[in-house]
Design a protein around this ligand. Structure first.
Ligand code: ATP
Ligand code: MG
Length: 264
């Protein structure tokens, strides 16, 4: 589909188009399309921009990945469809390994996701087929199957787009969980160690860029950045921002454009 450049929601439509293409390629699951819609609704409320609290979470996440012993990036269909290049870049900068981990699991889909990641430059993709031979008993869904070289032994796991149950289980296993989730109220957002409330299409390139910048800092300084973060407070700030946008809208009693909203 051709999207007119001047369409006010052009970027959002391009992202949808990308997801649909990858749905047809067998990368994205049916439910992935619906999950994206839930995310979009929250993005609207955030003014479709990276907020200050999100930026703070991104910086913390970069420091946590750079100081981890076994950093991991867990990839699902939507993440591969939307930000494969940035995942590969981030893995390169932080030394994180990449593992495919799906709620709706099939070997075909795993392989389709692996293909997208390799085309983006990944030299190693864990968790495909029989490689996911270990089990995390705490997790109820198919996502319990993990690669013994990856998520099983990870101390820091980045989970762009996650389910609440798995976040809870990974945190219970003493792993630092970094989530990217547009909904600050989701169980994932509330349970993760560091929650980046932002669209992955904005958050992941920014995270890769900041990680590259921070890489030259010494480990002590990075540890300080990683530990001086309060997730609950930062989520509270985000909810407050949404509140302010809505209050402003309510006061005007009329539609104001997203552009105006982002100036609040
Ligand atoms: P939870 O299981 O954490 O309570 P949920 O059940 O409401 O959350 P899921 O369907 O498990 O939601 O996961 C989808 C989540 O992914 C939603 O919270 C949605 O906001 C988020 N999401 C979808 N697309 C994006 C995106 N492009 N960027 C960031 N977040 C997204
Ligand atoms: Mg869920």
């Amino acid at each position: 589909m051709k999207i007119p450049k001047e369409h006010p929601r052009a970027e959002s439509l391009r992202v949808r188009e990308r997801l649909l293409e990858h749905y047809k390629m067998g990368v994205v699951a049916h439910a992935g399309l619906i999950a994206h819609g839930r995310g979009e609704a929250f993005d609207y409320l955030l003014g479709e921009k990276t907020t200050k609290p999100a930026l703070q979470a991104i910086k913390t996440a970069a420091a946590a990945l750079l100081t981890a012993k076994h950093p991991m990036i867990s990839v699902n269909g939507n993440a591969a469809a939307l930000v494969a290049d940035d995942i590969v870049k981030l893995a390169g900068v932080t030394g994180a390994r990449i593992e495919v981990n799906l709620f709706y699991r099939s070997v075909e889909r795993e392989k389709a996701i692996e293909r997208v990641l390799r085309e983006a430059g990944a030299t190693e993709v864990l968790g495909i087929g029989e490689d996911a031979s270990a089990r995390i008993q705490e997790i109820g869904s198919e996502r319990r199957r993990v690669d013994p070289r990856g998520i099983l032994i990870a101390d820091v796991v980045l989970v762009p787009l996650e389910d609440g149950d798995r976040t809870e289980a990974l945190v219970r296993l003493n792993k630092k969980v970094i989530a990217v989730d547009l909904n600050p109220l989701s169980r994932t957002a509330q349970l993760a160690t560091v929650t980046i409330v932002d669209n992955i299409v904005r958050a992941m390139p920014t995270l890769a860029k900041i990680a590259k910048e921070l890489k030259t800092e010494d480990q002590e300084k990075l540890k300080e950045i990683a530990s001086g973060f309060d997730n609950k407070r930062t989520l509270g700030e985000t909810i407050d921002l949404i509140n302010q946008q809505l209050t402003k809208l309510a006061e005007k009693g009329t539609y104001i454009s997203l552009l105006e909203m982002s100036n609040i």
